[in-house]
Ligand binder design. Structure first.
Ligand SMILES: Cc1cc2nc3c(=O)[nH]c(=O)nc-3n(C[C@H](O)[C@H](O)[C@H](O)COP(=O)(O)O)c2cc1C
Length: 208
């Protein structure tokens, strides 16, 4: 396929939404996808925005949930509290699609979904949650925050087990998807808003 104008979703809202979810789902599974590591923004207590890169672990279209893993002691967890606004931003250069999503975030610490996410994490991944003191703590000297005994090698299961208490998942229920598709023939921008009354996405073209 040569011309971008051949993209079937170009002038089709429903297909643009399909493509948005397809990119998100593949981004959650494919480590090489640029949508595997979007920016996740929260609002701090003082009203300032704060963003960071996170690994997108799961994108569930049917319940509109994106899942990320986090240390329960992290500042983003404080920002989100019992349910705070979260914005997620990613750009897929090959697909030429920018996705700006938003919704309400919640943290699950000791839930079965949290256990499942912990069980599927690698030993190296689990080791990050052993950091002591907590992530973001000021320290006098450069450090990984890890005990030297577990640095520089693959840890054993029993060594990372205590890190479970610091591990949590961030679940974001998406209620807005902003789609921007770049094309030489003319960009396309659309906004999809979740309609709670009929449980459907309302789509609307916007000027790019
Ligand atoms: C490629 C990459 C992937 C990252 N993945 C995660 C992640 O999945 N979860 C996470 O909490 N932090 C992740 N981080 C670290 C965050 O960007 C951030 O520095 C850290 O979580 C502290 O954020 P906070 O103080 O705003 O909570 C990642 C950083 C990079 C560069």
């Amino acid at each position: 396929m040569s011309g971008v104008s051949e993209q079937p979703f170009l002038d089709d809202l429903a297909l643009s939404l399909e493509e948005a979810w397809r990119l998100l789902v593949s981004g959650s599974k494919d480590r090489k996808s640029p949508l595997h590591t979007p920016s996740v923004a929260t609002v701090q207590n003082n009203g300032s925005p704060s963003q960071r890169i996170m690994v997108l672990r799961e994108a569930a279209r049917e319940d509109r949930i994106l899942r990320f893993n986090t240390d329960v002691r992290a500042s983003k967890v404080v920002d989100i509290g019992d349910g705070g606004p979260v914005s997620i931003l990613g750009y897929h250069p090959e697909a030429k699609v920018q996705l700006r999503l938003s919704g309400l975030g919640r943290i699950e610490h000791n839930s079965s979904a949290g256990d499942a996410a912990w069980n599927e994490a690698t030993l190296y991944g689990k080791r990050c949650y052993l950091a002591d003191p907590a992530p973001g703590s000021p320290v006098r000297a450069p450090t990984s925050g890890l005990d030297p005994a577990v640095e520089g090698r693959k840890p054993e299961g029993f060594e990372v087990a205590p890190a479970r208490e610091n591990f949590a998942i961030l679940l974001i229920e998406i209620d807005k998807i902003e789609w921007l598709y770049l094309a030489h023939t003319g960009h396309r921008r659309a906004l999809f808003t979740w309609n709670m009354d009929n449980s459907k996405w309302d789509g609307q073209w916007l000027v790019p």
